[in-house]
Design a binder for this molecule. Structure first.
Ligand code: ZN
Length: 271
């Protein structure tokens, strides 16, 4: 089993995209300012999951241009959940590429009907900020740019309306195949966020997790949760899947056999 430590990921030098391929699935991990963007590459289409910062646009576009094989259109971009560090660059990139934003059911209800999404419990308490700050340190303490600060009033914060200017694409529901990406399935995985999604490729054993699983400490469940009961059910469900590569929202790809059966719980006070 190969596990990369968080250290290897802290942005002390140029961030390098990484391609992982198996059983017809192909994923490019593009390290960003606050979180990792993933390109899911199909035979003739690409989907982009999470773009956390305006600063991430050049890196994601360069990774799209560097894809080998036939030219493929970006069919849609999708947020794994509507937290600022995963979405601040999503709308501008969608507009630039002329591609729609595909949302899960809960995110879609929030964006189109104003239904509230809960943030992790204890949000804005000293304990939460302590945990967030430590997590931030694991990211290399990125300071938000002016564009990101401005956008954070509209996207990814508790009072934000998340009103995308880009067109909205298909609504993603649990168990549905990801449009235009053979082999990939949408999983609704509430807990860390009410609208959290994971993307699963059964044949390859690939799971793109957003913040449902992180990798600051070698791969661990997220101690920051909006709904502990829902998160417990999500964990039990994910533990039944034979996952061999986790693509987390934060930290390097984790690879090994039966990863989710052995992944760690960490206490709240650890980042
Ligand atoms: Zn999050």
């Amino acid at each position: 089993m190969r596990r990369l430590g968080a250290r290897s990921f802290v942005r002390s030098g140029p961030a390098v995209p990484r391609v992982v391929r198996r059983a017809g699935a192909s994923v490019v991990a593009v390290p960003g300012r606050y979180s990792v963007s993933y390109l899911l590459v199909g035979p003739d289409a690409v989907a982009v999951a999470d773009v956390g910062s305006h600063d991430d646009l050049p890196g994601v576009q360069a990774a799209l241009e560097a894809l080998d094989g036939p030219p493929r259109a970006v069919r849609y971009l999708l947020p794994t959940h509507l937290h600022f560090d995963h979405v601040l660059g999503l709308d501008p990139l969608a507009l630039r590429l002329g591609a729609p934003v595909a949302l899960g059911r809960a995110a879609h209800a929030h964006v189109t009907r104003g239904e509230r999404l809960r943030f992790p419990r204890g949000f804005a308490t000293p304990g939460f900020w302590f945990t967030m700050s430590l997590g931030w340190a694991f990211q290399g303490l990125p300071f938000p740019s002016r564009d990101d600060l401005r956008a954070s009033r509209e996207f990814g914060s508790p009072r934000a309306k998340d009103a995308f200017r880009a067109q909205l694409g298909p609504v993603l529901t649990d168990g549905q195949p990801l449009p235009d990406l053979p082999g990939w399935t949408v999983l609704e995985t509430p807990g860390h966020a009410d609208d959290a999604l994971c993307l699963y490729h059964a044949e390859a054993g690939f799971l793109v997790t957003g913040d449902t699983v992180r990798n600051y400490l070698g791969g661990e469940w997220n101690p920051l949760v909006a709904d502990p009961h829902a998160y417990q059910a999500t964990k039990e469900r994910l533990r039944t899947l034979p996952v061999t590569a986790v693509f987390p929202g934060h930290g390097p790809v984790v690879e090994g056999r039966d990863l989710l059966q052995s992944i760690r719980e960490v206490p709240f006070y650890l980042p």
